[in-house]
Design a protein around this ligand. Structure first.
Ligand SMILES: [Zn+2]
Length: 446
């Protein structure tokens, strides 16, 4: 076996790869491996090569799925014997297969969580609110203050200081996210490229160059991935229904597609098996033949194949989720995030210099009494951001007050002007009156 172990978690993609290059067809195939396990349980002789295949295929999602296959096929086998009036199978055998399956599943899950724990421990203990808040990439030497970066003409070395970038992100809120969307688009990155993905883990990992992008996979894999959800189920049903029984290729890229079927294939094959069983029950036992047994066995094997693929898809999807979380925590993604956030901050500072000035001022004030690179930075970021927001709100309010004041000054001036006009009119009228009735005023005065 030459496949490298690239980490504490066993990578099913490697198994899938081996299957693609045909080194050992059974090793990455839970159905073929499961058939061997079932035959071994029944005490059938296996070749040395088959025994070696079983020995090597004893870890990872495929191994768990193969054991699930063996359990389900054995159930079908037990029913077939009963219907044909043969001696019932040993419950001991059934229990042993079930135990084997449970043990493999526990082994897989503990490997997955210890692998994840190992990687988490080796990374910085971040992930609180901002994944990058305590990243070394955001260290003291990470750049210059916003004001300097945006004030100066700015060489390539003028990267805004990470602390100020995060304060700006918090202070700008939705506006920051809007600009970030443009920045990601300009870099041909997914919208969720900087977030831990909630779905489509394979595609997310491909975007971060951790796995082969779907478009570059071999033709027979792409053919499955390009099917609509309905066509995917139909093709899986057809492939599991004939001999040799196959499903979609055992590859990480297909796992999430299978998981998305939500057991639709399994349900339909179970219904078909139940119908076959019910139909055979209507026939008197003496007239049941090998032909019926073959039909039952075929139905049971199809069910077992679908159940195995259900389990495989669930476990691989879980594995992809863990891997995406690892990558999300990695220095490379943190650097990318820092880079994109800095680009957003630069753009926001260009379109809103007042915001940049407020951020720079608040950060400078904060540094007077706190080391912004201390591990408590997340709290500091929130604190400084709220200072910025409050200062901006005050500035906006004082602008409004100033406008009110200006408006009342204008009103007052207008009132004054109209008073003057009225007074002038009075004077004019007075003078005119004096002109018309000379002596009148004198008379009044007298
Ligand atoms: Zn602080």
């Amino acid at each position: 076996m030459t496949a490298p172990a690239s980490g504490p978690v066993r990578r099913t993609s490697e198994i899938g790869y081996r299957r693609c290059v045909g080194e050992d067809q059974s090793l990455g195939d839970p159905i073929r491996l499961g058939r061997l396990l079932h035959r071994r349980a029944l005490g059938e002789p296996l070749t040395a090569e088959q025994q070696e295949t079983l020995r090597r295929g004893s870890a990872g999602a495929v191994a768990v799925a193969a054991r699930r296959y063996a359990v389900v096929e054995f159930e079908g086998y037990a029913v077939a014997r009963l219907l044909l009036g043969e001696r019932p199978v040993s419950t001991l055998l059934r229990d042993r297969l079930a135990d084997d399956h449970r043990a493999a599943e526990q082994r897989f899950r503990s490997e997955l969580s210890s692998g994840a724990a190992l990687t988490a421990a080796s990374g910085a203990a971040s992930g609180v609110a901002f994944g990058a808040a305590s990243d070394p990439a955001f260290g003291a030497a990470s750049g210059v203050a916003l004001g300097a970066a945006f004030g100066a003409a700015g060489g390539a070395a003028d990267v805004p200081d990470a602390f100020e970038v995060f304060v700006m992100r918090h202070a700008a809120g939705k506006r920051f996210d809007d600009v970030l969307r443009d920045v990601l688009r300009a870099r041909a990155l997914r919208r969720d490229a900087l977030d831990r993905p909630a779905r489509d883990h394979y595609a997310w990992l491909a975007a971060h160059r951790q796995v082969t992008p779907a478009g570059q996979l071999p033709e027979h894999l792409r053919a499955w991935l390009e099917l609509s959800p309905v066509a995917f189920v139909e093709r899986a049903l057809a492939d599991l229904g004939r001999t040799p029984r196959t499903g979609p290729p055992i590859h990480d890229a297909v796992a999430e597609r299978w998981a998305a079927t939500n057991g639709a294939v399994t349900k339909r094959l179970h219904a078909a098996r139940d119908a076959t069983t019910a139909q055979i029950r209507t026939i008197p036992q003496a007239r049941r033949t090998v032909k019926h047994s073959v039909k039952l066995t075929a139905a049971a094997r199809a069910c077992a194949g679908a159940a195995a693929l259900d389990e495989w898809a669930t476990l691989v999807t879980e594995e992809l989720r863990v891997r995406a979380a690892e990558v999300h925590r990695s220095p490379a993604v943190r650097r990318l995030r820092a880079d994109c956030f800095a680009a957003v901050a630069t753009e926001l500072a260009r379109t809103d210099p007042d915001l940049a000035a407020a951020v720079t001022q608040a950060c400078a004030d904060h540094r007077q009494h706190c080391d912004p690179h201390a591990p408590t930075r997340t709290g500091c970021i929130r604190e400084v951001a709220s200072t910025v927001r409050a200062a901006r709100a005050r500035a906006a309010a004082s602008t409004v007050r100033a406008a009110h004041a200006a408006a009342s000054t204008v009103r007052a001036a207008r009132e004054a002007a109209s008073t003057v006009r009225a007074a002038r009119a009075d004077v004019d009228a007075d003078q005119a009156g004096r002109g018309r009735r000379p002596g009148g005023a004198q008379g009044e005065r007298a």
